[in-house]
Design a protein around this ligand. Structure first.
Ligand SMILES: Nc1ncnc2c1ncn2[C@@H]1O[C@H](COP(=O)(O)OP(=O)(O)OP(=O)(O)O)[C@@H](O)[C@H]1O
Ligand SMILES: [Mg+2]
Length: 393
C-alpha cells in the first residue's frame, strides 16, 4: 500500500499514530502539574523503562500538557559525560528572559538572573559565553559555592520564585536522566526537596532507564518520598493490537487477527518494534486486510533493519570483553540472569566480572532488576547477540 500514507512511525521520539496504553501516566502527570500550580505538594515523576518503550514520546506529551496548563517548560536531554551545570544554565537563562517579558511587578526575575550569573561564575563556564552574555552582576554567595548540591537547589529556588512572582509555574523535563553522575542526580533531588518544603511552583519530570530508581535511592535515601517512578513497559496484547489496528482502521485498512497475534509474538508488545512491524507490513501489503503471511514477509525486512540500526549502534560501542559478557547472558536465554550463571558460562570467577559489569551498566546496556540479577536494557537484545555472534566460545 502507498508508503506515503503509511501511518506508522518507527523512530526515536517520533510520536506514534496512537499513544496507546499510557492514559494512567498522562493522568498522573496532569494531576501533578495541576496540584503544583496550586502550590499543593505532589511527588515529581521519573519515568523509567527499557529502550524504545516510549519514554521520550511521553515526555513530549507531558511538555504539551504543561504548556497548555500555563507552565513555562524546559525540555532537555542529558548525554553521557556531559555535566549538569553548564548543560542547564543556558536553558535557565532563556527561561528568565521569557519570564522577564511576562507582565508583572517585582524584582525576582532580576534576582534570578543574578543568581544564575553567580552559578555560572562558579562553574567557570567557557562554553561560548564566558558569562553566558549575562549583563548583570552576580549575587555573591547565592549559588557560587562550587558544590552543585548546594548551588543547584539555590538556583532552582530562585527560578521558582521568579515564576511565582509572574504567576506562572515551571516544568523541567529531562530525558536520559540516568546519565548524570551521582552528585548531579543528588543535586536535582535536593533541589526538589527544597522546592517542596517551600511549596514553590516547579516540577521535575524525568525519564530514564530502569537503573534510575536505584541511582536516585543511592544518591539520596529520601528520593522515594519526593519522586514516583512510573514503570513504562511493553504494551499488553490488547493494547498492542490497538496500536496497530486503530491507525489503519482510520484509513479503511484492517489487520487479520492472526496477523496481530503474530506481531505480538514477535514484538512482545514493545512499542518501537510494533511501529517497525506495522510500518513494513503496511508497505508490503497489496491491499486490506494485512494477513499473517504479510507479517512473516515483514519480519524478513524488519530483523535486518533492527540488526543494522537499533541493535548495531549499541553493539558497536562495546569492547570485546563487554561483548563476551553480553553474549554469555544471551546464551542463557531470556533474562533476568544470575551473575553466578554468567560467570559460569564464561568460565571465570564472579568476582572478576565486577569491572565489566559496571561498565555495561554505565553504558546503559544492562541493569539489575533485583539483587544479584542482571537484565538487558534493550528489549530482545539477547536474540540479537546470538545473531551477531553465532558461535559462543
Ligand atoms: N504508547 C505507544 N503506542 C505505540 N507506539 C508507541 C507508543 N509509545 C511510543 N511508541 C513508538 O515507540 C517508538 C519509541 O518511542 P520513544 O523514542 O519515545 O522510546 P524511548 O523509551 O524514549 O526509547 P529510548 O530509551 O531508546 O530513548 C517510537 O517509534 C514511537 O512512535
Ligand atoms: Mg528516548
Amino acid at each position: 500500500m502507498d508508503p506515503i500514507k503509511n501511518p506508522f512511525s518507527p523512530g526515536a521520539g517520533s510520536p506514534p499514530p496512537e499513544l496507546v496504553g499510557r492514559d494512567p501516566i498522562l493522568e498522573q502527570a496532569r494531576i501533578l502539574l495541576g496540584r503544583v500550580k496550586q502550590k499543593r505538594p505532589e511527588k515529581s515523576m521519573l519515568l523509567t523503562g527499557l529502550r524504545g518503550v516510549g519514554k521520550t514520546v511521553l515526555l513530549n506529551e507531558i511538555d504539551r500538557t504543561a504548556k497548555a496548563a500555563g507552565y513555562r517548560t524546559i525540555a532537555v536531554e542529558a548525554h553521557e559525560g556531559k555535566a549538569l551545570g553548564p548543560f542547564i544554565a543556558p536553558h535557565l537563562r532563556t527561561l528568565f528572559y521569557d519570564l522577564d517579558r511576562m507582565a508583572g511587578a517585582g524584582n525576582k526575575v532580576k534576582r534570578g538572573l543574578a543568581v544564575l550569573r553567580s552559578f555560572v561564575g562558579a562553574l567557570k563556564l567557557t562554553v561560548n559565553d564566558v558569562t553566558l552574555g549575562l549583563d548583570i552582576e552576580p549575587e555573591k554567595g547565592a549559588a557560587d559555592s562550587g558544590d552543585i548540591e548546594i548551588d543547584l537547589p539555590n538556583l532552582f529556588v530562585a527560578v521558582a520564585e521568579a515564576a511565582e512572582e509572574r504567576k506562572t509555574a515551571v516544568a523541567v523535563l529531562i530525558d536520559e536522566i540516568q546519565y548524570f553522575d551521582q552528585k548531579e542526580l543528588g543535586s536535582l533531588i535536593m533541589a526538589m526537596h527544597k522546592l517542596q518544603q517551600q511549596q514553590l511552583p516547579l516540577v521535575l519530570i524525568g525519564a530514564g532507564l530502569p537503573i534510575l530508581p536505584g541511582l536516585a535511592g543511592e544518591s539520596k535515601s529520601y528520593a522515594e518520598r519526593l519522586f514516583s517512578f512510573p514503570d513504562i513497559g511493553a504494551l499488553s496484547e490488547q493494547d498492542a493490537a490497538r496500536a496497530l489496528r486503530d491507525p489503519t482502521r482510520a484509513v479503511g485498512v484492517k489487520f487479520e487477527d492472526s496477523a496481530l497475534a503474530e506481531v505480538f509474538r514477535l514484538t512482545q508488545g514493545y512499542p518501537y518494534f510494533l511501529q517497525e512491524w506495522g510500518y513494513q507490513a503496511w508497505n508490503l501489503a497489496a491491499a486490506s486486510p494485512i494477513t499473517s503471511a504479510i507479517v512473516r514477509r515483514a519480519t524478513e525486512k524488519v530483523i535486518p533493519r533492527l540488526d543494522q540500526n537499533f541493535f548495531r549502534v549499541r553493539f558497536d560501542r562495546l569492547t570485546r570483553s563487554e561483548k563476551n559478557f553480553l553474549r554469555a547472558m544471551a546464551e542463557l536465554g531470556h533474562g533476568p540472569y544470575r551473575t553466578g550463571d554468567i560467570a559460569e558460562a564464561l568460565g571465570v570467577k564472579v568476582s572478576s566480572l565486577g569491572p565489566v559489569r559496571a561498565k555495561l551498566i554505565k553504558k546503559g546496556m544492562i541493569y539489575s532488576p533485583a539483587f544479584g540479577d542482571m537484565a538487558f536494557t534493550v528489549p530482545l537484545f539477547n536474540e540479537f547477540m546470538v545473531r551477531a555472534i553465532p558461535e559462543f566460545k
